[in-house]
Design a protein around this ligand. Sequence first.
Ligand code: GUN
Length: 291
Amino acid sequence: MSKRIDGKAVAAAVLDECRAEVGELVGRGVKPGLAVVLVGEDPASQVYVGSKVRTCGELGIHSRKIELPAETSQEELLAVVAELNADPAIHGILVQSPPPPHIDEEAVVRTIDPRKDVDGFHPENVAKLVLEDPTGFVPCTPAGCMRLLESAGIETSGKEAVVVGRSMIVGKPMAMLLVAKDANATVTIAHSRTADLPAVCRRADILVAAVGRPEMIKADWVKPGAVVVDVGINRVDDATRKRGYRLVGDVAFDEVEAKCAAITPVPGGVGPMTIAMLMKNTLQAARQLAG
Ligand code: GUN
């Protein structure tokens, strides 16, 4: 029987650390602040943004939720970011992804002050991740995956890790964290054009699924005894549920659970960690900006 890695419990522990740190910062006269910008009405993004703002409230972090209509122009959005860059009460800025298609997301990210880029998407922070410079911000979801592995006592050093997905939000930074000197894994980044993807996945001692395709990774893609981290959060229609859908990961959970050593469930695995690590990054920003 495999171990289920409980993301809710680990996230709660991270949030307890954050609560203590907020108290310490406030005692020094620094009230940490996070601004979350949402353009448009994507229902999943609305849920994520709501949770981020609610968690700030629970920790005593000041937050601003800025909801802009889907028709917001690039210039208007850049002006909002510029205003937040200049606001001394705001230490972290996040523009929820994905924005509407007419928005140049890359240009928006480059406009965020890298010292406030708590998503870790700005090129300066991407470089610091590669350089293993701890003053940079590590993207929240892969940082959360690493923390889950650590909390579950999973050794990464010398292990074969396969990351399925090459996004800038998860796949690429996850690979960088696994190969870094404090993790020492041997890493393969696989993607939609990888030849014989199931065979590549079967090499993995640690398999990270971040593709956004419901239940794509089947039991026969997984080496017996592997550790499986499922980053996917996919809505699939389900008429038996009141809301009309249920959430599933990128991994066919039931069949893979029977075969692996440990696995993160969906929901309740990586999801809660993303928000917890965002809070950690916001406190890092507040600390660094306060000097
Ligand atoms: N959309 C999905 N995950 C994320 C994230 O970590 N940050 C932002 N800004 N948008 C996202």
